[in-house]
Design a protein around this ligand. Structure first.
Ligand SMILES: N=C(N)NCCCC(=O)O
Ligand SMILES: [Zn+2]
Ligand SMILES: [Zn+2]
Length: 310
């Protein structure tokens, strides 16, 4: 019998091949320290859809990446075996099932993961998995948005609610939770009070401008200490000038230089997992957003190379 094409009712059409930074596929190496995994899921969005095409765009945007990172004096792909694990095929019509699928799929890796989204809904199953392996987590969350809202249209699992659910599930260490890049209109003042009650500290986009990335990174490191750290980067933390290709853009954001410099200031932290989400290439121009996201992922991989080896 001949082997035909992949069944589109089992594996979504937008889950595809091609690798991050032209690295080997996971099945081409014996073992990996760090795996890049795509999650082409965007059924949790409140505004523009399209982040399901994020993983493919970020891989495309990563093709120019070179092996030596001078900003951190590290060659991450030489110091660590990094490989591309492909995409997790999850159900675009059923958010609960997609969340289960993601949690199960990432549970099967013994490498540390840099996950490429996908909308921010996916952070919840990713955090659940890392929590199972490392216990309560420090969270560093780069975003224009709090993503600690309670529900949208009665739905609990959306891209605006993952960190509220994570706190409720006891996944996060309430002493070490930070948002960076926050700005823009809210539903009400209570959004901030509730976010504070959950334990989050906020570094606004304007704070980064006023204090500068080095001072911000120092303050974040103090808050994080040596706790196991998860970094979640919503690309809309960047200004729409630096990341137009995203679903819920807000004016007045970080520059890509500020974001990368803050990340670089975190070297030595006990990073245990990371994601880069909300790249929606249909709204992008000249790969501005996907190149920025690919570089964020590169500095995250570099932080793994410079952090504790386990
Ligand atoms: N982009 C993320 N993750 N969240 C945005 C939620 C904004 C809102 O619709 O209220
Ligand atoms: Zn956001
Ligand atoms: Zn977000």
């Amino acid at each position: 019998m001949s082997q035909g094409p992949v069944d589109a009712s089992q594996v979504p059409r937008f889950a595809g091949p091609d690798t991050y930074a032209r690295l080997p596929r996971l099945d081409q190496v014996e073992r990996a320290d760090v795996a890049i995994v795509g999650v082409p899921f965007d059924s949790g969005v409140s505004y523009r859809p399209g982040a399901r095409f994020g993983p493919a765009a970020v891989r495309q945007g990563s093709k120019l990446i070179r092996p030596y990172n001078p900003a951190l004096d590290v060659s991450p792909f030489a110091d660590l075996q990094v490989a591309d694990a492909g995409d997790i095929a999850c159900n675009p019509f059923d958010i609960d099932r997609a969340i289960d699928t993601i949690e199960q799929a990432v549970g099967g890796f013994d490498a540390k993961l840099v996950t490429i989204g996908g909308d921010h809904t996916i952070a919840l199953p990713l955090l659940r998995d890392v929590h199972r392996k490392h216990g309560p987590l420090a969270l560093l969350h780069f975003d224009a948005h709090l993503d600690t809202w309670d529900s949208y249209f009665g739905a609990e699992y959306t891209h605006g609610t993952p960190f509220r659910r994570a706190v409720e599930e006891g996944i996060l260490d309430a002493e070490a939770l930070s948002h960076v890049g926050i700005r823009g209109p809210l539903y009400g003042k209570a959004d901030l009070a509730e976010d504070r009650r959950l334990g989050f500290g906020i570094v606004t986009s304007a704070d980064v401008m006023r204090r500068g990335p080095d001072e911000v990174a120092d303050a974040l490191r103090q808050r994080i200490g040596d706790r196991p750290l998860y970094i979640s980067v919503d690309i809309d933390a960047l200004d729409p000038a630096h990341a137009p290709g995203t679903g819920t853009p807000e004016a007045g954001g970080l520059t890509s230089r500020e974001l990368l410099e803050i990340l670089r200031g975190l070297s030595g932290c006990n990073l245990v997992g990371a994601d880069v989400v909300e790249v929606a290439p249909a709204y992008d121009h000249a790969e501005i957003t996907s190149v920025a996201a690919a570089h964020v992922a590169y500095d995250l991989i570099s932080l793994f190379a410079l952090g504790k080896r386990t």
